[in-house]
Design a protein around this ligand. Structure first.
Ligand code: GRF
Length: 222
């Protein structure tokens, strides 16, 4: 199974995948049954690109800002061109799945259509909350500020909505009285690293099965 990983920031989830691919991670999930063929970022300064290069993985920055300026703020046109650039990069590799790992741009329905895989798109995301609670950009803050006593991590297929696609797996972690949002984030991230690789492995092993329940696609692991 070949994957491309999309990052916008520090890329610690990407690093966790690389470590597992190299058999260098300690923890629960110790291997990654997929080849990371390319890493793409919407920001040239994303440290995730550097992590990829250090391991000889082709790394590309697609400058959304350039296209937004070029089209004088017309985001629809800008996103279309940025995504065309992404598609032309991905065409060089035989990509089965795109894994979003802290990627801060929405992918348009036109882009997703290129990755149709049966009942889903071949694009997966990790979200730092127990969906459908706390979608959006601030999963850890929202969980902590709500006073939750358990936080959650969700890995799901991407659909046309925001953090709404079919859930592959979730995991929870406790939140203790002395926690801060930062200590919660660290605990959650260590769960993210295990859960994301586990889900990629299940996909590579073709262990996902899909059913339709109340007009939603529901996934079980077999
Ligand atoms: C993670 O918390 C992920 O769940 C969220 O963005 C963060 C990315 O962190 N979507 P990193 O770049 O992998 O360190």
């Amino acid at each position: 199974t070949n994957i491309a990983v999309f990052v916008s920031g520090s890329g610690t989830n990407l690093q966790a995948m690389i470590d597992r691919r190299l058999g260098r991670a300690d923890g629960i999930v110790r291997t990654l049954k997929a080849d990371i063929k390319a890493v793409i970022s919407d920001r040239a300064e994303a440290y995730g690109l550097e992590r990829a290069r250090k391991h000889g993985i082709p790394a590309y920055a697609v400058d959304y800002g350039f296209y937004i300026q070029k089209h004088r703020g017309d985001r629809e046109k800008a996103y279309r061109e940025a995504e065309e650039e992404i598609l032309s990069v991905l065409a060089k590799y035989d990509i089965d799945y795109i894994c979003l790992a802290g990627y801060m741009r929405l992918l348009t329905p036109d882009f997703l259509k290129h990755f149709r895989k049966g009942p889903v798109y071949g694009v997966i995301n990790i979200h730092p909350a127990l969906l459908p609670s706390f979608p959006g950009m601030h999963g850890y803050e929202d969980t902590f500020n709500y006073g939750c006593k358990w936080g959650g991590i969700t890995v799901h297929f991407v659909d046309e909505g925001k953090d709404t696609g079919p859930i592959i797996a979730q995991a929870v972690y406790p939140i203790w009285p002395d926690d801060t949002v930062e200590s919660v984030r660290l605990r959650g991230l260590s769960v993210e690293y295990e859960l994301y690789s586990q889900c990629i492995n299940w996909i590579a092993e073709e262990r996902l099965s899909f059913s339709r329940i109340n007009s939603r696609t529901v996934i079980s692991i077999t």
